[in-house]
Design a protein around this ligand. Structure first.
Ligand SMILES: NC(=O)c1ccc[n+]([C@@H]2O[C@H](COP(=O)([O-])OP(=O)(O)OC[C@H]3O[C@@H](n4cnc5c(N)ncnc54)[C@H](OP(=O)(O)O)[C@@H]3O)[C@@H](O)[C@H]2O)c1
Length: 337
């Protein structure tokens, strides 16, 4: 085992969520012991984490995400390997972990240290800093997964317009930035009028309101408006999106901020050959994961990534997660350790 001496090894700062006997949940920043971290080949000093909706759910005591408390959430982490018992990683390597069980039932990235299985880690791509990797994080990785599905379906910039829903959210804004920078004509649907200037700076061509993708007519097919769509919202938004997709178009869905229901007839599929693809990024197999990080670091890399993020400290995380639960946050929130 290779070890880098670290005087700060014995204890570290972490966000800790606790469950009272009354069933209420509370959070605080605590000192935790490195020895209390779970087993794993890599001990990592976290430099950056990023907030995701799943962190907000874990923070609020959602047992579908985190079964046992006290718990440290944080499904994303980027940092420096301090100890490794896997020959593929050395002390000093800069790595990124997104998804798997990190921050769910494994002590997560909203802390100065994590210990994880080495099969969860990817080396930082050369053309991205650790900070940029965490601006991307699970949300950007999910956006890239959806874009790769779209590209593999044959959608090119000249094919037509691409819709992004929940466009001011972390997945949506990253998808919009990646697509626009890669030359696609992006329509962004947002419920926040204040998000329009930022979306325009990122290269979005057209901004529409949430109500424009919330059809109440119940018609099985609507006039075709886009050749592809990246939906983060679910519910009637997803139904409207599918019914408004042109022939042989593709719709991806990764989220359910509006609803986890989908009410749609088969007509978009059997009359227009519309393809609906689900995106589940947490357990993405390693070969695909590396393909995606290479895409993110290459063709999908966009300039001035910090434009889409706000940097906060560990102390500011509880308020930020509260805002996320109320759908009041815009863009990506990066946590600097
Ligand atoms: N499947 C996966 O692998 C995966 C990975 C990451 C995230 N997700 C999921 O993807 C979704 C989005 O994640 P995120 O990180 O982007 O969340 P986020 O930052 O909280 O953004 C969600 C956005 O959705 C829009 N929205 C909120 N409530 C809405 C409503 N009632 N109706 C329509 N739009 C609404 C808002 O954007 P506007 O104000 O601009 O409309 C909001 O900013 C979540 O459900 C998350 O769990 C899934």
């Amino acid at each position: 085992m290779k070890t880098v001496p670290d005087s700060n090894r014995q204890s570290f700062r972490a966000l800790v969520i606790e469950e009272a006997t009354s069933g209420e949940f509370s959070s605080s920043i605590r000192q935790r012991k490195i020895d209390d971290l779970p087993a794993g080949e890599l001990l990592v000093k976290v430099c950056f984490s990023g907030l995701n909706y799943k962190d907000a759910l874990s923070f609020s005591g959602n047992k579908g995400i985190t079964r046992h408390y006290p718990h440290t959430p944080g499904i994303d982490a980027a940092g420096v390997v301090k100890e490794s018992s896997d020959p593929d990683f050395e002390a000093g390597d800069e790595i990124v972990v997104t998804g798997y069980d990190l921050g769910m039932n494994t002590s997560g990235g909203l802390a100065e240290y994590i210990r994880v299985p080495s099969r969860w880690a990817v080396h930082r791509p050369e053309s991205l800093s650790l900070k940029e990797c965490m601006i991307i994080g699970t949300s950007g990785f999910t956006a890239a997964s959806a874009i790769l599905e779209m590209m593999n379906h044959g959608i090119r910039p000249e094919s037509g317009k691409v819709l992004v829903t929940g466009a001011s959210g972390a997945v949506g804004i990253t998808a919009a930035a990646m697509l626009a920078n890669a030359g696609y004509r992006v329509i962004a649907s947002t419920g926040k009028t204040g998000a329009a200037p930022l979306l325009k700076t990122l290269g979005v061509e057209e901004i529409i309101g949430r109500e424009d993708v919330n059809d109440q007519s119940g018609r099985p097919l609507l006039p075709g408006r886009w050749v592809a769509a990246i939906d983060t919202v679910g519910g009637n938004t997803l139904s409207t999106v599918i019914r408004s997709t042109v022939e042989r178009g593709i719709v991806t869905n990764c989220g359910m901020v509006a609803s986890n229901n989908l009410d749609v007839s088969v007509f978009p599929f059997i009359l227009r050959a519309v393809r609906l693809v689900g995106i589940a990024s947490a357990e993405t197999p390693m070969a695909r994961r590396i393909e995606l990080w290479n895409l993110i670091a290459g063709k999908l890399k966009f300039p001035d990534m910090e434009k889409i993020c706000r940097i906060i400290s560990l102390e500011e995380v509880p308020a930020a997660l509260d805002a996320m639960l109320k759908s009041a946050s815009t863009g990506k929130i990066l946590v600097s350790m």
